[in-house]
Design a binder for this molecule. Structure first.
Ligand SMILES: [Mn+2]
Length: 299
């Protein structure tokens, strides 16, 4: 059998479960995120090196990684898609699995945010979001004739309403309402904007005050030169190695209890975005489980 990073067939034996949620009903402009998960999985299967250059070991020898693909998600209404994601997340959380969600558009994260509150007090889990957009809107009335609060532009408003402290990194566009929302200290949203001046990584990690951490990565948080395949790209985002260092330091600071990468919208003739997403996924898993191989290497 050919070795792959997705090395465990039986979910019960897995440490990490990659949960593919190919949903894009609420996306506002360019569509295509429905193909994101399968392309990221393909890269994890065939493109990404097992050998981690940073840890100098084959991380996949120490972590059991399984995959669940949510079939027929794209045909469901937003509310039914949310329910399907929630019921799958619930099962995995009950089995103590680390969920790594792959979107789809950003709204898929709402289901995991909701289910995680059954295991953790949201006040103890900082959600660190890498994104060009705040996604703090109350609903999608800015681009929809039939406004809904289940949209990729509302995902962090849901998280905030659930009580999670939020750190937003890479932000470079927002509405007046979003500005007012995050400016209100009571809402516990800390925004690190990207412009001519770029924040220090230590200032971001220092603002993680909780024991636990969830990381949600909208690939448009990175500069489009690194992540061109996404629906609502904005110039001037995170540089690649800045992003890697931020992830490493954040995962050192607090215990990572869940993660997602969303808004991958594959483009023709370039695998850069899905390759980058797959690499980020493997790197985050490596950092989360690093004690397993550092212990081994001391023996
Ligand atoms: Mn987003």
């Amino acid at each position: 059998m050919i070795k792959t990073i997705i090395n465990e067939k039986n979910i019960d034996n897995a440490d990490v479960v990659l949960l593919s949620a190919p949903y894009e009903k609420t996306a506002s402009s360019h569509k295509g995120t429905v193909y994101g998960p399968e392309k990221v999985i393909e890269c994890l299967d065939t493109q990404i090196e097992f050998f981690d250059r940073n840890f100098k070991t084959e991380v996949s020898n120490f972590v059991k990684i399984a995959h669940v693909y949510l079939d027929n998600l794209e045909n469901l209404s937003p509310i039914d898609a949310l329910e399907k994601i929630k019921s799958n997340a619930k099962k995995l959380i009950e089995k103590n699995k680390f969920i790594f969600l792959l979107g789809g558009e950003h709204s898929v994260s709402i289901g995991v945010f909701q289910e995680l509150t059954k295991k953790y007090n949201p006040k103890d889990v900082t959600i660190m979001q890498i994104d060009a957009h705040c996604d703090l809107r109350e609903n999608d009335s800015d681009y929809s004739d039939t406004p809904s609060d289940l949209a990729h532009s509302t995902v962090m408003r849901h998280a905030s309403s659930l009580g999670y402290p939020i750190i937003q990194v890479g932000i470079r566009t927002y509405s007046k309402d979003e500005y007012e929302y995050f400016s209100n200290k009571k809402n516990n949203v800390k925004v690190f904007e990207w412009s001519r001046k770029i924040p220090k990584i230590t200032d971001i990690t220092r603002s993680i005050k909780t024991k636990y951490l969830y990381i949600t990565i909208d690939v448009d948080g990175f500069d489009p030169s690194f992540m061109p395949g996404t629906g609502t790209a904005v110039q001037g985002g995170l540089e690649w190695w800045y992003g890697i260092e931020l992830l490493e330091k954040a995962i050192k600071k607090a215990e990572l209890v869940g993660a997602d990468i969303v808004e991958v919208s594959p483009v023709a003739d370039s695998v850069l975005t899905e390759y980058g997403a797959a690499q980020l996924c493997y790197t985050m898993i490596a950092n989360k489980y690093q004690k397993r191989f550092s212990k081994k290497s001391k023996r």
